[in-house]
Each structure stands twice: as C-alpha cells, then as structure tokens.
Design a binder for this molecule. Structure first.
Ligand code: AMP
Ligand code: MG
Length: 351
C-alpha cells in the first residue's frame, strides 16, 4: 500500500486540472497535490434557472465557450506558464456526456500541444481529494462522507489510491432529494442552497421518515423521504389550513442529514478510525457541517471539511486527485473517452 504520494515522482509537480462534468467550467493549478495556485470557475448556472435544472445541451455549449478562457485565467492568475506544468488532469466522468467531452477534448489537445502527460480523473475521487487541499497534512487512513447530486456514500480511504465503499444509497442521492424538495416547495434551481436558506426560518415540526436510521448498515435511502415530502406538500396545499414551507424545509433537512452524520461516526467508531472528512455539494450545507463538527468534537475525532467552494464542483480537487494519479505514473492515452456513468468502485481498481 502506497501512502507516500509524490515519491518518486516530482514532489512539487504542478498539475493543471480541468473540470466540465456539469454546469461549471473550471480550471485550477495545484502544486504537489496540496497547494492551490489558481482556482477559476465560469458557471453557466444562471442559464439553467428558467428550466429548474441543468439542461445538458446548454451546459455543453457553455463549456465550449468558456473552457479556453477558464484555463487562460488559471495561467494568468497563478503566473505559471503553460510550459511549466507537469501534467494536464481532466475529469473524464461521471457526469453529463456532452459536457465532459468538452473538457476531455480540450485537455487532450492541450496535453498534446504542450507535450505533457494527460491524467484521467474520476470526478468522485476528485471530491474525496478535496480534503487534501483543506488539510495539507492529511494522510490516509480516514473516512469520507461523499454526499453529492449523484452519490451518497461512506468511503474508507485506505491509502492515496485505495478506497473501500462501506455503504451507499440504495436509491436516490442526498443532493437529488434536496433538489426535488426545492422543486416541490417552489424554490428555484440550484435546490440545495435554497432549501438550506429557507430551513433557517423554520423548525423541525413536520414528521418525516428517517430512512434506514439505525438499520441497513451504512447504506442510505432517500426515495421514501422524497415521496413523504411531496405527499405532505400536496396534502397541505389541498387542506386550506396554514402550513409552513420553512418548517418543511427544516424538517426535511434534519431527516436527510442527521442520518449521514450518525452513520459516518458509527462507521468511524467501528473501524477505529479517528479522522473523518466530507466532500460533494451537500457537504457545503451549514447544518450538516455543524452536526459533523459537534459529533467529531464529542468523540475527540479530527474532522477535515473542505471550504464550501471546494465541496461543490471545482478544478482544484481534480488537480489534487490528478496529482496522486500522476505520482503513480498513471497516464491516459490520447484516445481517452468521456464516461457518463462510473460505478462507485472499491480499492484501487483501474479507472
Ligand atoms: P455535486 O453533485 O457535488 O456537484 O453537488 C451538487 C448537489 O449538491 C446538488 O444536488 C445540490 O442541491 C447539492 N447542494 C449544494 N449546496 C448545498 C447545500 N448548501 N445544502 C444541501 N445541498 C446542497
Ligand atoms: Mg460534483
């Protein structure tokens, strides 16, 4: 098991990361897998608001317009020249296929033109690697809560390259449940942050199912909670009695997030691992962050929470994971293709 990233490959390697899996066109430059030198994001989020969610064709077009500009900005804001980078790391999946193809094509062309290695990065592993940017001394083993729009899982990071999935969602992802709840409450896209904002004005008064709480090992299930929220709102709308959207948002948030914190720390105790981290868009949620901090402090465990900006999609996490791959000498060929779906894998299976 390798725990010493960087050796024997350049410890201070400069990796350019490119991320285009969803609605953010991002480019970042990271030194030694830890130090952020550039962090640029050009988002197409406002263009999706009228549609209530990301429109893949609009996202792809926006990436085409923005990717060169994002990379140029990364070079100019860092003062690093294109010739100085050691590798180009690009998200090849999972995500929207057309959107991914823009980044993959651009990354390949740039790597070829600069005669630098190309590194293929799994977006999910990028979210895990965001913790290395948050705590420059962090080393495996640790547990990560991965909570995003597509995934919800507790992952044991055994070494820089080996992961074990201890549990994951059996149906919807936590972020999906936030987005669906936002829609049924009439809140605009992006759903997660808007549910969180509204939840601050409410209280935990609506009885909702706590899915697989205390059951199902470290697995999660969100479809029952999602349906319960939809049913509650529809019944409330028809009842003509006063009801509080803020209370629904607050109660949903507690039901959706308490179980994540509880299972994460139960797994850490069982595994006797004293370091926990989190990643993915849902881990930007303030209520979850407070819960995690409280649970960690109560157990005297170390908690590594990336800044909110590095919980949601960004290219620095792609560069951080790209650095680990680069340090292993795992280079991609120029026939690299984008993958819309990549199953959560265990251990160090090749990507
Ligand atoms: P990701 O898939 O990692 O890009 O994260 C996107 C998902 O995170 C979406 O489903 C969002 O609704 C969710 N999300 C982003 N910010 C928050 C937040 N503050 N609270 C809850 N969910 C959030
Ligand atoms: Mg993501």
């Amino acid at each position: 098991m390798k725990t010493n990233i960087g050796a024997p490959f350049g410890k201070d390697a400069l990796i350019l990361g490119i991320e285009t899996s969803c609605d953010d066109t991002a480019a970042g430059i990271v030194r030694g897998g830890r130090e952020i030198l550039a962090d640029e994001i050009i988002t197409s989020a406002p263009r999706h608001v009228p549609f209530g969610g990301v429109v893949p064709e609009i996202a792809s077009r926006a990436h085409t317009e923005a990717v060169e500009e994002a990379v140029k900005r990364a070079f100019s804001s860092s003062g690093v020249s294109p010739e100085e980078i050691d590798a180009v790391a690009v998200t090849y999946g999972a995500g929207l296929l057309g959107a991914l193809l823009v980044g993959v094509s651009f990354g390949k062309a740039l790597a070829f033109a600069l005669d630098k290695p190309l590194v293929a990065v799994n977006h999910i592993r990028g979210h895990i690697a965001a913790a290395y940017l948050a705590d420059k001394t962090l080393e495996p083993p640790f547990l990560t809560l991965l909570a995003s729009g597509g995934h919800t899982a507790i992952i044991c990071v055994k070494s820089f390259t080996e992961h074990e999935v201890l549990g994951s969602t059996l149906d919807d992802a936590a972020g999906e449940a936030f987005d669906k709840t936002a829609r049924v409450l009439g809140l605009p896209y992006p759903g997660g942050p808007n549910v969180e904002r509204l939840a601050r004005e409410g209280a935990n008064t609506v009885k909702l199912p706590k899915m697989l709480k205390g059951a199902g090992g470290y697995d999660f299930s969100y479809s029952g909670l999602k349906t319960a929220v939809v049913n509650y709102v529809h019944a409330a709308e028809q009842s003509k009695k006063p009801w509080s959207k803020a209370d629904v948002a607050h109660s949903f948030q507690c039901a959706a997030l308490d179980v994540l914190a509880e299972k994460l720390f139960a797994a850490a105790e069982e595994r006797k691992i004293g370091v926990v981290a989190a990643g993915g868009g849902v881990s930007a949620n303030g209520y979850l962050r407070e819960r995690l901090a409280k649970e960690a402090a109560g157990r005297k465990m170390k908690l590594v929470l990336p800044e909110k900006r590095y919980c949601t999609d960004n290219a620095c996490m792609i560069a951080a994971e790209g650095y680990i791959r680069y340090a292993q000498g795992e280079f991609a060929s120029l026939d690299l293709n984008a993958e819309a779906y990549i199953p959560l894998k265990n251990a160090s299976e090749p990507l």
